[in-house]
Design a protein around this ligand. Structure first.
Ligand code: PMP
Length: 321
């Protein structure tokens, strides 16, 4: 029996073609993914619109899901169409209007050698209401901490994939930042420049230009990030995909995190903890409050996901029925 205390309104999850009561599960301790993180996942959101709940950028998430599965050489048992349909069904079956959706392909029970030769690949899809990822106060700006640990380098690993095991680095980073009294972490890359948050991209704003980085800076090129670049241009901002140094971040007019879970959250202060032996200096970003560009981007993103911007309705998949 699994209580759903931290998964509000979740009623059922989809597993291998069938719905199961949220509180009932019977997974075996010898499942491969449990030991080695041999799973791939997506983080997707659905939002309320005038035409009922709609999944934001479902085809793009689905493409990334299958790309991730390919990276870990999974022989996947479902097609993209079947996964899209199962995602929409899961939102409907839970009666959710606004939710976070988590599809998960994993190497299941079979053998426990590193090579999962006898382990079938299975699919589970869950959906629940997940409100403010960094807490209710995050909208007024968060305090970020630059960790000493560098982000896994893009030459070591396909940064476009979301593989369960590599998220151990993100979990440790998130715990570390909170242990040190901050809201969230920022990783530097091996070159000493800004990479990304544990589950977010980083944007800075300088003189009215939106700047973010990409894969070769050891960041996942997030779907929210790509959407914000397009929305930013729509609002008339210049956008740049390039490198962000620590000094660029400290001297930025504004900064924010972006990601499916976090959405768009202003960063109002950054403390450099990258040198464990060095002095820790807290840098206030801009005025120390959410800036005007971040606020416009937050509004534009909220309008786009809820179908209030006709030219971006192309990003919505209505759940229907
Ligand atoms: N970086 C990492 C490491 C992430 O896990 C995520 C969340 N998927 C992001 C960035 C943001 O990506 P997206 O906007 O696609 O959610």
């Amino acid at each position: 029996m699994f209580l759903n205390t931290n998964f509000p309104k979740a009623k059922k999850y989809w597993y291998q073609g069938k719905f199961h009561d949220w509180s009932e599960a019977g997974f075996h301790p010898m499942m491969h993914a449990l030991h080695y993180g041999t799973c791939v996942f997506e983080g997707i959101r659905a939002y309320p619109t005038a035409k009922g709940p709609a999944v934001f950028r479902l085809p793009e998430h689905n493409d990334r899901f299958f790309l991730s599965a390919g990276v870990i050489k999974m022989a996947v048992p479902y097609t993209k169409e079947q996964v899209s349909e199962a995602i929409c069904e899961t939102v409907r079956a839970n009666g959710l209007n606004s939710c976070y959706i988590r599809p998960l392909y994993f190497y299941s029970y079979g053998n426990l050698g590193m090579v999962p030769k006898a382990c079938p690949v299975e699919l589970a899809i869950s959906a629940w209401e997940w409100a403010a990822y960094l807490g209710e106060n995050a909208a007024s700006g968060v305090r970020a901490f630059i960790l000493p640990t560098r982000r896994i380098h893009h030459t070591q690993f396909n940064m476009a994939a979301k593989l369960g095991g590599t998220y151990v680095q993100s979990t440790i980073a998130g715990l570390e930042a909170r242990e040190q009294g901050f809201d969230e972490a920022i990783f530097l890359n091996m070159e000493g420049r800004i990479a990304e948050g544990p589950g977010q991209n980083v944007f800075i704003v300088k003189d009215g230009t939106l700047v973010t980085n990409g894969r070769t800076e050891s960041a996942l090129e997030g779907i929210t990030r790509t959407s914000l670049l397009e929305l930013g241009q729509h609002l008339g901002y210049k956008t740049v995909v390039g490198r962000i140094t620590k000094e660029d971040l400290f001297g930025a007019d504004e900064a924010f995190y972006s990601g499916t879970a976090v959405e768009v959250i202003p960063i109002v202060s950054v403390t450099d903890g990258s040198d464990p032996a060095g002095a820790r200096v807290a840098h206030t970003i801009g005025s120390g409050k959410p800036g005007p560009v971040a606020q416009r981007m937050i509004k534009a993103f909220a309008d786009a996901v809820s179908g209030r911007l006709p030219q971006f309705e192309k990003w919505l998949t209505y759940v229907g029925k």
